[in-house]
Design a protein around this ligand. Structure first.
Ligand code: AGP
Length: 608
């Protein structure tokens, strides 16, 4: 997720664009850049570009003393997806003749084949980004009509984009949208484009939200909307009554809730371009899957629970032995590791010191390493042999939600890739998983519609002092993650157990004052789980069950059923956990607690 801003009007563009980027830093902050059209009297029009790796502050320092007088400009704050954060990979990207500038938020999925064709045709690429192919495609088709050139370029592209293009000799910005958000701000003798409303509110509250497939020519004296074929379009003008801070949350009361609702897009983007046909996966890894005999997954907190799901997936699909280790334990226990061990380190931030040191411990003993990471350019990213990036965008809420989903998708892809490469996963089995993965965004949307029912559960039990979470098999980690979510934002004590383990002690805890949340979706161990539900009922426990819609057997035992849509059991954690994230959120919110910044917690634990 990146932040883009454009301006055309009577003001110096650089001030408006930097203002806007400051309001969009929550969308990405590993590098930033600005392009300003410069039309000096008598001299040929040209575009000036300044871009830097690092936070926006670094760009602002680089701009000091630069006289950028132009009144048309583009700006970009990046969340790297392709190519490390660097000056050259930062946006805007400029054409070879310095006349055309492009900024982009999204993923050009077929950029590899486009880059190959354009390079063979003589185009010289400077960056590692997918976005740069847009510059060369537009150049290739430009015959004086910028909008037509952008249309012809986009006709060759698959993927997601919020795109803004400017040429030195044009007084308009051409924009286009597919999947990634884009909004046009309407002013007096000036107009604006941005990824999101916060960038515009200082100048206008009249906006047009572009739809997928929309394009627009944005000039100082007007905006012309078309489709991707150039046919005129009409869109409503909205009046924004949010303040800037609530606008950064897209109108959600908390970042965490916004990020829970972003999860369908996170799954779609993390899968994006990595599924090949109906049965295969392309992860672009250097790892030789035949060079390893076992894997050790090491992480902390939520990332550790993602690793537990990964263990089930990799052992089931690839028949590769996996151990999952708490990073702060692994690094001190003199582990048995050799060069045929794959160390998989999982981290949203890529900065968790325990996970980084556990990685170093494993590598020091000869292990190959692979990171499942969200933040490009993070410390862990610089010390591994391979990286599988989530496409979750910045996660602002301290309690992880969308990053966890991204990690689960990454493990699904890794297990598929290993299984296919090691010959332990046939076409039929792979096809079932791939089909289920492609349906997950829709199934999460479905689960999110049950928020009112989950909110009622939260309201009923928000004053309880203790919760017990139960799960079996691949959904035991789901129970663990649900308990952690509740603990860390509502401060209610919650424990999670493998349901089969309950009779070995925890059952003594159950009474008529303890809510027991059971993940009771159907799978191989469904009947066993049902007997666990009966054990809870027999002791007057308060039973809240996640179950497939219409499951009367669970319904007969539970006080409350939270419906979750059915899917392949090996994919079910990606759907089930969403209900538990909402339960934790609604509980904490009803207790009036600071959901985004829970007490005692930090987003990334970078000190021991
Ligand atoms: C999750 O909600 C917590 N914020 C915490 O457990 C977190 O998952 C853990 O600190 C690991 O962080 P990382 O993924 O950035 O390494």
């Amino acid at each position: 997720m990146c932040g883009i801003v454009g301006y055309v009007g009577h003001r110096r563009a650089v001030g408006v664009v930097i203002d806007g980027l400051e309001r969009l830093e929550y969308r990405g902050y590993d590098s930033a850049g600005i392009a300003v059209g410069h039309v000096a009297d008598g001299a040929p029009a040209r575009i000036e570009i300044v871009k830097r790796a690092g936070k926006l502050e670094v760009l602002k320092i680089a701009l000091e003393g630069r006289m950028l007088e132009g009144t048309i400009g583009l700006g970009h704050t990046r969340w790297a997806t392709h190519g490390e954060p660097s000056d050259i990979n930062a946006h805007p990207h400029l054409s070879e003749d310095g006349q055309l500038a492009v900024i982009h938020n999204g993923i050009i999925e077929n950029y590899g084949e486009l880059k190959e064709r354009l390079s063979a045709a003589g185009h010289v690429f400077l960056s590692e980004t997918d976005t740069e192919v847009m510059v060369h495609l537009i150049e290739e088709h430009y015959r004086g009509d910028l909008a037509a050139a952008v249309r012809e370029a986009l006709a060759q592209v698959t993927g997601s984009y919020a795109l803004a293009v400017a040429r030195a000799d044009h007084e308009v910005i051409v924009v286009a949208r597919a999947t990634s958000p884009m909004v046009i701000g309407l002013g007096e003798g000036e107009n604006f484009v941005a990824s999101d409303v916060p960038a515009l509110l200082a100048y206008t509250r009249r906006v047009i939200f572009l739809h997928d497939g929309d394009m627009a020519l944005v000039g100082s004296d007007g905006v012309t909307l078309t489709d991707l074929h150039g046919a005129p379009l009409a869109r409503d003008i909205s009046e924004i009554d949010w303040d800037a801070e609530s606008a950064e949350k897209d109108g959600y009361p908390h970042y965490m809730l916004k990020e829970i609702f972003e999860q369908p897009a996170v799954v779609y983007n993390t899968l994006g371009g990595r599924l090949v046909g109906e049965t295969d996966v392309n992860l672009d890894l250097a790892l030789d899957p035949h060079s390893i005999d076992r894997a050790i997954v090491t992480a902390a907190g939520t990332a550790f629970y993602a690793g537990l799901v990964g263990e089930y997936l990799i052992e089931k699909l690839a028949r590769l032995p996996v151990e999952v280790e708490i990073a702060s334990e692994f690094r001190y226990r003199d582990p048995v590791v050799d060069e045929r061990t794959l160390c998989i380190v999982v981290s949203q931030s890529g900065e968790t010191i325990d996970s980084l040191e556990a990685l170093r411990e494993a590598r020091g003993r000869g292990a190959r390493s692979l990171a499942i990471l969200n933040v490009k350019g993070s410390s862990i990213s610089r010390e591994v042999d391979d990286i599988l990036y989530l496409q979750a965008g910045p996660e602002i809420g301290v309690a992880s939600s969308k990053a966890y989903l991204g990690m689960l998708v990454a493990f699904e892809l890794l297990a598929l890739w290993l299984g296919r490469a090691r010959g332990t996963l046939g076409d039929d089995g792979a096809r079932e998983i791939v089909r289920a993965l492609r349906s997950v965004p829709r199934l999460i949307e479905d689960t999110l519609t049950h928020r009112p029912c989950i909110a009622e559960v939260a309201e009923t039990f928000k004053d309880k002092d203790h919760y017990l979470f139960l799960g079996r098999g691949i959904n035991f980690p789901t129970a663990l993650e649900g308990a952690l979510k509740l603990k860390e934002i509502s401060y209610i004590h919650a424990e999670a157990y493998a349901a089969g383990e309950m009779k070995h002690g925890p059952i003594a805890l159950i009474d008529d004052d303890m809510p027991v949340v059971a993940v009771a979706t159907q799978g191989e161990l469904y009947l066993k789980t049902l007997s666990n539900l009966r054990e809870v009922r027999a002791r007057n426990g308060i039973l809240i069950a996640l179950a497939h819609p219409g499951d009367d057997m669970v319904g007969a035992h539970a006080d409350v059923v939270i419906p979750v849509p059915e899917t392949h059991e090996l994919v079910s954690p990606l759907v089930n956990v969403v209900a538990l994230q909402l339960l934790a959120y609604e509980t904490a919110n009803r207790l009036g607690l600071d959901v985004d910044r829970p007490r005692n917690l930090a987003k990334s634990v970078t000190v021991e």
